[in-house]
Design a protein around this ligand. Structure first.
Ligand code: URP
Ligand code: ZN
Ligand code: ZN
Length: 456
């Protein structure tokens, strides 16, 4: 008989419903959800957990991470073990990370990343970067799809590091193949030419505060228009990663009004942090791409989150240690990226309480159900449902605590939200029927994470 867990007396919060019910987990699946499951009726060695006074959520999905990213001659602070561990403290049971494109063969790029990610201790899916059109791309993408990757990521910037697909005809060909194969195209949207011009015209120093001037929000809006036009011409959807600005959001609105299906992701840092941090002495700690914007951008994105225009929140977790970040003061050379997976749920929950117009069900939708649906992981992931993977989070919605390097688990050694009091804490995280974090103790097992293939 498979191991069983019975979670009793919690408030179950799914995207579709909220109910006081019990959950019986058998093996790695949710076996039963019912108003009251009698402990006498379950196998004698069932682990019984009381969730009284707590909420029970489906495991969260961070749909945008870069764990163990080797780039710019260094490697990020959180590798697969550290990433899995910190994720479990944040109630995240699945991450979607990225495979690079070596521009020769997606097959070998994907194999390499899948091989590395075997170290994961929570579940993972992958998006595949595509940085170049080539004649073999259709076959490469078909194979990639057969192997369980349902999304490609393209860049409209980073010409200097070779990520930019420069010719529009080639980008159109990539989009068109994705349409034929039913693949999602995700876009890092910043127009390279606008950034190049901003750099040419710029006369100041290169302190962190110059970052938003060097990578203006006009660049985001322009790139969204550019890829949106392609999607419109080909009658296909497009996904915008880490939307950072009001101008970008306005462009999304225009495209939607023209009938383009644009799915939008933003991150906690574009919702809650802004350029005032770039004046600080430790400003390099807050450098990521796109840059932090203004408070009015925070407010516009927050409103869009509440009214449903932004459908997914993910973190773009790409952590460097304080030492790595502070080793450069020229913003063009500071390693871009910040930690974020662990802070995602408490930040969103705290915002929901203060805003008053976002329910915990909506948070579950933004952080679990929507990403599962958008990336072909649903209903295996993203829902509390009999037959789904038993990825379950027990969350205390009332506990207040302070984010600090001591209270969170990233190897970066800092959090961008240091000193923030948040409301809501994860008490237990269950991955496919196994407790991987309980009462502050991590119980993940090396290489127990599973690759979850996208089904479209
Ligand atoms: O600064 C960031 N966001 N680093 C991660 C790579 C990316 O562009 O998403
Ligand atoms: Zn990006
Ligand atoms: Zn990213």
């Amino acid at each position: 008989m498979a191991d069983c867990i019975l979670i009793k007396d919690g408030l179950l919060v799914d995207t579709e419903w909220v109910r006081h019910e019990d959950i019986l987990i058998e093996g790695n699946k949710i076996k039963r959800i019912a108003p009251s499951i009698d402990p006498e009726s379950v196998p004698y060695d069932t682990t019984i957990i009381s969730a009284e006074g707590k909420c029970v959520l489906p495991g969260l999905i961070d749909a945008h991470t870069h764990y163990h990213l080797v780039s710019r001659g260094t490697v990020t602070a959180d590798s697969f073990k550290e990433g899995s561990r910190l994720a479990s403290f944040g109630g995240v049971t699945t991450v979607i990370d990225f495979a690079d494109d070596d521009k020769k063969s997606l097959s070998s790029s994907l194999s390499r990343r899948l091989g590395e990610m075997k170290e994961m201790e929570i579940d993972y899916a992958l998006h595949q970067g595509v940085y170049k059109y080539r004649d073999t791309l259709r076959e490469e993408l078909q194979e990639m799809k057969n192997r369980g990757v349902g999304t490609i990521k393209i860049f409209t910037t980073y010409k200097d590091v070779g990520y930019l697909v420069e010719k529009k005809e080639e980008l159109e060909k990539i989009f068109s193949i994705c349409k034929d194969l039913g693949l999602m195209v995700a876009v890092h949207a910043e127009d390279d030419e606008t950034i190049r011009k901003a750099g040419e015209e710029y006369r100041g120093d290169y302190k962190s505060s110059s970052h938003p001037v060097l990578r203006p929000s006009e660049a985001e809006a322009k790139a969204i228009r550019y890829v949106g036009e392609i999607a419109k011409k080909l009658s296909m959807p497009v996904y915008i990663v880490h939307l950072s600005s009001k101008k970008g959001l306005e462009e999304v609105r225009h495209l939607r009004a023209e009938g383009v299906k644009v799915t939008v992701e933003t991150t906690p840092h574009y919702l809650f942090l802004n350029d005032s941090l770039l004046e600080r002495e430790d400003a390099p700690l807050y450098i990521m791409t796109p840059p932090l914007r203004k408070e009015e951008d925070n407010i516009a994105l927050q409103e869009a989150l509440v009214n449903g225009e932004i459908e997914i929140v993910a973190t773009d977790h790409c952590s460097f240690t304080k030492e790595q970040k502070l080793s450069e003061s020229d913003v063009r050379k500071i390693y871009p990226g910040i930690p974020g997976t662990e802070e995602m749920l408490p930040l969103l929950h705290t915002f929901a309480i203060s805003n008053g117009h976002l329910s915990l069900s909506q948070i579950v939708n933004l952080l679990s159900t929507k990403p599962a649906k958008a990336f072909g992981l649903y209903p295996k992931k993203g829902v509390l449902k009999e037959g789904s993977d038993a990825d379950v989070v027990i969350f205390d919605p009332d506990e207040s605590w302070v984010l600090s390097p001591e209270s969170i688990h990233s190897a970066a050694g800092y959090t961008c939200y240091d000193g923030w009091t948040v409301t809501g804490k994860v008490h237990m995280t269950i991955l496919r029927g196994r407790i991987i974090m309980g009462d502050g103790i991590y119980l993940g097992i090396p290489r127990e994470g599973m690759f979850i293939g996208a089904k479209r």
